[in-house]
Design a protein around this ligand. Structure first.
Ligand code: NDP
Length: 312
């Protein structure tokens, strides 16, 4: 059961901020180490829940991201992890204790911390993007795809997220344009490229960027760099993610040149007792998969356990 609401001055061995694949797997490992563990998270499962069909998580064949993440969350809770759906506002370190304040002004304390908050969506940066956000522009095809039934829509991007969004939308929309800035895909999985090629209502527009967005109150059209003006009922921005720690701290974490939290092989950060796992780190060669996040979560929990046992 996920908890909400104010709860003050509870002390934990380990607090994990972020309940995606990394955080929830860390919770499984920490709970098996008998650490008193709390997960604080905005939503259960993170961005993995947006993928309707996962085919590369070992042991499951095909499973939706939502179902997989519910199973991982239930697994953690069955082992004793407490999960609270509260967004963290700030973390203050005082000697060897962390104080965490959430959006509901709840206050929690812990001896160690794992940060697994994932990434922030990259925005297009074209004029009127914010004006049409929620009025034709979306950043989540799984969440909003069904609203675009029988419409002409476009997806921007050339990675796996753009592929997944295009495949989802092609189930609902009349026509889906996939707009990519290069002449061929360089990041997209070949399996996705093959699937896209088989969808009759998908049109690939290479060597193109969106230069202008227009409409009255809702998005009605997008102009492309080759001069084409597409009439659109919707536009899905799927151009990747950026690392950003979404809360204040009174300590500095070392980051790499792209802003990912710098971790060692054991997921230790530059700050003692602070570990990080998943997409927000520069571990796993930036291969941002559910399994690599889960693996980093397991290692972070192990390092936290060794630290708390006085070993690191
Ligand atoms: P990626 O960073 O992999 O791809 C982003 C894409 O957007 C690139 O093609 C990039 O172009 C393009 N892009 C970036 N900025 C702009 C811009 N300003 N204007 C136009 N285009 C732009 O991000 P994804 O979200 O696709 O994937 C992130 C990670 O998540 C990857 O590791 C991916 O494998 C993983 N993932 C895996 C899935 C799976 O089912 N296995 C599903 C979804 C994501 P360019 O190519 O020119 O750089």
């Amino acid at each position: 059961m996920v908890h909400y609401g104010k709860k003050v001055f509870e002390m934990y061995d380990l607090i994990i901020i972020g309940g995606g694949p990394a955080g929830l797997t860390a919770a499984i490992y920490a709970s098996r180490y008998k650490l008193k563990t709390l997960v604080l998270t905005k939503n259960i499962g993170g961005m993995a829940v947006e993928n309707p069909e996962i085919e590369n998580y070992p042991g499951f064949g095909k499973i939706s991201g939502g179902e997989l993440m519910v199973k991982i969350g239930e697994h953690a809770e069955a082992l004793g992890t407490e999960i609270r759906r509260e967004q963290v506002k700030s973390v203050t370190k005082d000697k060897e204790t962390f104080k965490i304040i959430t959006e509901y002004d709840s206050e929690f304390k812990s001896k160690a911390l794992i940060i697994s908050t994932g990434l922030k969506r990259r925005k297009l940066g074209v004029k009127n993007e914010d004006k049409f956000k929620g009025r034709g522009i979306s950043y989540c095809a799984t969440c909003d795809g069904a609203f675009f039934d029988s419409k002409d829509v476009a997806v921007i991007g050339g990675g796996d997220s753009a592929a997944v969004a295009t495949l989802i939308l092609s189930e609902f929309a009349k026509q889906v344009y996939l707009i990519y800035r290069r002449d061929k895909f360089k990041r997209m999985l070949p399996a996705f490229q093959e699937k896209l090629g088989k969808r009759r209502n998908v049109k690939l527009l290479f060597n193109n960027r969106v230069t202008e967005l227009g409409g009255d109150t809702n998005l009605e059209w997008a102009k492309l760099s080759d001069g084409t003006k597409l009439k659109l009922g919707g536009l899905f921005v799927e151009i990747g993610f950026e690392p950003e720690v979404p809360f204040k701290t009174n300590f500095e974490l070392k980051k790499d040149s792209k802003g990912f939290i710098d971790v060692d092989k054991g997921m230790k950060t530059s700050e003692q007792a602070v570990f990080a796992a998943g997409d927000i780190t520069n571990g796993s060669n930036l291969f941002q998969q559910i399994i690599t996040s889960a693996s980093e979560g397991a290692m972070a929990a192990n390092s936290a356990y060794l630290y708390l046992a006085g070993g690191v």
